[in-house]
Write a new protein. Structure first.
Length: 223
């Protein structure tokens, strides 16, 4: 079963310190041309997974039709790393970030191995000015190379980093996966939603909650 959504999604055009979104006309389901792109969600499984790493910061007014509401203050602004591996899912995620007028810095990495390299500040993630240590980590469970459960297990063995708020975003609702994730230190567990409104709600509430929480000091990188 697949879910078709008519959404405004532009191609990402890099600029000095942020990305802007430029709409392109595309046919909608009825064949009329409107300023949006049609996205087809892949269904109930694997809404999110592997894509090129992207920096995503949307200021109020950049997202056409985006939700209006209180924006994050500087003290609440988060750096969020999301480890996912499906391009269609990333497009939906980007659309949701636009729709909620997200002002947090969101970095999307390709898989669990990339997530670990980011946390350790290795390779292309060595520059902490360009790739700051996250305040929140969102991970899928079913990823190539290194799974989300393996990332959780690695974090649990590194005391300097195991306090990092880590949220599982998975297509699995199996009780054993949920139990293992929490047992390895997951801060929360979400089953990936089908409905776009539910996705927006999860992102909005997650960012608002962790933006207001008092969090322990975090290192610049995990050893």
């Amino acid at each position: 079963m697949s879910l078709g959504l008519n959404l405004f999604v532009g191609r990402i055009q890099p600029r000095a310190s942020e990305y802007t979104v430029n709409a392109e006309p595309e046919k909608n389901f009825c064949g009329n041309r409107r300023r949006h792109t049609r996205l087809n969600a892949p269904g109930t499984m694997g809404l999110f997974s592997n894509s090129d790493m992207r920096k995503y910061s949307v200021r109020e007014g950049n997202a056409e039709g985006g939700d209006t509401g209180p924006m994050a203050t500087q003290s609440e602004r988060l750096t969020v790393v999301i480890a996912e591996d499906d391009d269609d899912a990333i497009h939906l995620l980007e659309a949701a970030l636009q729709a909620i007028a997200c002002e947090h810095m969101v970095r999307i990495v390709r898989d669990g191995q990339d997530a670990l390299e980011y946390l350790k500040g290795e390779g292309k993630y060595a520059d902490r000015k360009a790739f700051p240590f996250p305040d929140v980590l969102l991970i899928d469970l079913k990823m190539p190379l290194v799974s989300g459960l393996e990332v959780l297990g690695w974090l649990s063995k590194h005391p300097e980093c195991n306090v990092l708020p880590t949220i599982v975003f998975s297509s699995s609702s199996h009780p054993s996966d949920i139990k293992r994730a929490y047992g390895l230190g997951a801060s929360a567990y979400f089953v990936k939603p089908i409905a776009f409104e539910q996705l927006k709600s999860i992102l909005r509430s997650t960012f608002e909650f962790w933006g207001k929480c008092v969090k322990p000091p975090l290192p610049q990188k995990c050893a």
